[in-house]
Design a protein around this ligand. Structure first.
Ligand SMILES: [Zn+2]
Length: 604
């Protein structure tokens, strides 16, 4: 067999099965070696993948191995990081005999795809991330040095914060003071609190004390919007106040930023994120404060811990009732259960006046009173179920709010956000994909008509986006993060390419996109998942029984707590009850590992 044989064979087989993506010679060689691995993102049908593998001469054990890999992929899509072997056997009993399962599992381990630990089956990559988190926390704990040396100093500074007239908005509760002492006394700690329990005040106090101790503190959050919120709590850093900009774009800037920026993420040649901060080139900080940590997944947490210097402290802050990370796992909850942890439970005075927060706390506690809430000061619930009724009401409310916005400040545009559980259009006809074009027609009518007129005059199909549209980028690429939002500033026809290009003003940069880029969405309506890390003045939440599969307590709580001053919920009573009755359950073994290896070091 010559060198070119595998390439030719792979090309022939792909052609035979109608796989039409462009593949390089190196790609064909890789497909010949590992057809399942290389094609599983491209070929959707498992049967076709099996047939391609067989046509390329792969063994039965190889095919069984990848049936198991796909089954574990499903387990991860449900949020679990691993599965008990007996359960995996049950899940796959319809397609694999006992012998096929055993040979497949052995092969999957040889191929380094799956890993078996204590009768639990993991994807090797996921296991390695969990392992890395445990290992790095262990390292930080060992390197931390003797505890308690700074205790008197922190106590003095805490007293000063309490009595300092210039900081009278602090007025820490005993729980908040405990949190501050915990952060300075431990290499890794966790601070959790529900909405309105004063996490932000605690962060301010931690930063103030750290400054007075001469510490370099870096504040970060998983999304751009969440990072911006923290950035606005503090004066700009020296680099920013010198340049006059405070949007985190400057590389020497030490203002609050995304975790990706803190890790100095860059894109490598294959378009993948790489991090220039790691063990050999750590973040330069004495203290790292990560907010909105409920959104952190295993991979990013592992990378962050890996990039902390010797002797540093890190505190993970988050709301444990929000939706967990998009990827499998529940890092914040697992860490909270096994590491030094303070839970803020006391609802602050200002927050007690909010009906939005009162409702959020009822959702969280699972104790929803019967019937709809009467129209209250800042929260109302209209129990609509018919999609037509819901859409009509969305239009009415949006028109009303738009009018109010124009009265107040015509230049600022619309300060509301429509939230919906689903992105993909379903039979219900109520997804962000359905709602966005409708909202564009209402909210951005004049620009839409102008663009459509221009397009019609030139006999072209109009672009999905028109100037003034709110848009969201949904991929980590080109220096943008999944979830970054911006405004369309112009839409221009590019004759050479025969397409519309769209210019978008993001917070820190101005970008051009292909108007047909599938990663650029209209964002008048966004999913609850994508709204995490953001807060909006007014939120219009729509839910439908057709969303049943997506509804959970965490989803409703997250949606409700996005609203700052006004929340309207359009949802049938049975949708809301379904949310309240369903908690997100995820199985992981991170807590167990932390408990066994790390906890003794913290709690001796
Ligand atoms: Zn700065």
């Amino acid at each position: 067999m010559t060198d070119s044989d595998p390439v030719r064979r792979a090309r022939d087989v792909l052609a035979r099965f109608g796989v039409r993506s462009k593949v390089t010679v190196a790609g064909l060689r890789a497909i010949y070696e590992a057809p399942f691995k290389e094609l599983k993102g491209i070929v959707k049908s498992t049967d076709t993948l099996v047939n391609i593998s067989r046509a390329l001469g792969k063994s039965d054990a190889y095919v069984h191995a990848y049936r198991l890999v796909l089954a574990v992929d499903d387990v991860e899509r449900d949020g679990h990081t691993c599965v008990a072997m007996v359960d995996l056997r049950k899940r796959t009993s319809g397609i694999l005999s006992v012998a096929a399962f055993d040979s497949g599992l052995a092969m999957a381990q040889r191929l380094d795809e799956l890993l078996l630990e204590d009768d639990f089956v993991y994807k090797t990559s996921t296991w390695a991330q969990e392992r890395s988190i445990v290992k790095e926390i262990l390292r930080l704990a060992r390197d931390f040095g003797p505890r308690g040396l700074e205790r008197p100093k922190v106590a003095r500074l805490l007293d000063a914060v309490h009595t300092d007239a210039t900081m009278d908005d602090f007025g820490l509760t005993p729980q908040q003071s405990d949190a501050v002492r915990m952060v300075f006394g431990n290499p890794v700690s966790v601070l959790t609190g529900f909405a309105g329990t004063g996490k932000t005040t605690t962060v301010k106090c931690i930063k103030t004390i750290a400054d007075r101790m001469g510490y370099v503190t870096r504040l970060a959050a998983p999304t751009g919007a969440a990072a911006k919120r923290i950035r606005e709590l503090f004066d700009p850093c020296a680099a920013c106040s010198g340049s006059g900009s405070s949007n985190g774009a400057d590389t020497s800037c030490t203002c609050a930023c995304t975790v990706h920026k803190l890790l100095d993420a860059a894109v490598d040649k294959s378009g993948r994120f790489m991090f220039r901060r790691h063990r050999g080139n750590p973040i330069s900080a004495h203290l790292v404060v990560v907010d909105e940590s409920s959104m952190l997944d295993l991979a990013l947490t592992a990378r962050l811990l890996l990039a902390l210097p010797v002797g540093a402290r890190i505190v993970f802050i988050g709301d444990p009732c929000q939706l967990p990370s998009v990827m499998a796992g529940k890092v914040l909850k697992d860490m909270a259960a096994c590491l030094p942890h303070v839970a803020l439970t006391q609802v602050m005075r200002q927050a007690r006046d909010s009906d939005i927060l009162a409702f959020a706390h009822r959702v969280r506690a699972g104790g929803l009173a019967t019937g709809g809430t009467p129209v209250a000061r800042d929260f109302s619930w209209e129990p609509l179920e018919d999609v037509g009724d819901i859409i009509q009401r969305v239009h009415e409310l949006v028109e009303e709010w738009r009018g109010e916005d124009e009265d107040e400040d015509g230049s600022e545009g619309c300060s509301f956000q429509v939230l919906c559980p689903a992105r993909r259009p379903g039979a219900h006809g109520l997804s962000t994909t359905d709602l966005n074009p409708l909202l564009q027609r209402t909210v951005n009518r004049a620009n839409r008509e102008a663009h459509h007129k221009t397009a019609a005059a030139a006999k072209r199909k109009p672009c999905r986006m028109v100037p003034g549209d709110r848009v969201m980028y949904t991929k980590n690429a080109d220096g943008l993060l999944n979830g970054d939002t911006g405004h369309v500033t112009q839409v221009v026809w590019v004759p050479g390419k025969g397409r519309w290009d769209v210019e978008v003003q993001y917070e820190a940069s101005l970008r051009w996109h292909d108007g047909a880029d599938v990663n650029l969405d209209l964002a008048w309506a966004v999913t609850v998942h994508k709204s995490q890390g953001n807060q909006y003045d007014r939120v219009l939440l729509v839910m439908h029984p057709g969303h049943a599969r997506l509804l959970s307590r965490e989803l409703l709580y997250t949606a409700v707590t996005r609203a700052k001053s006004r929340l309207v919920m359009l949802a049938a009573e049975r949708c809301v009850s379904a949310c309240v009755a369903t908690g997100v359950e995820r199985f992981t073994r991170l807590g167990e590992s932390l408990h066994a290896c790390v906890s003794p070091l913290f709690f001796e």
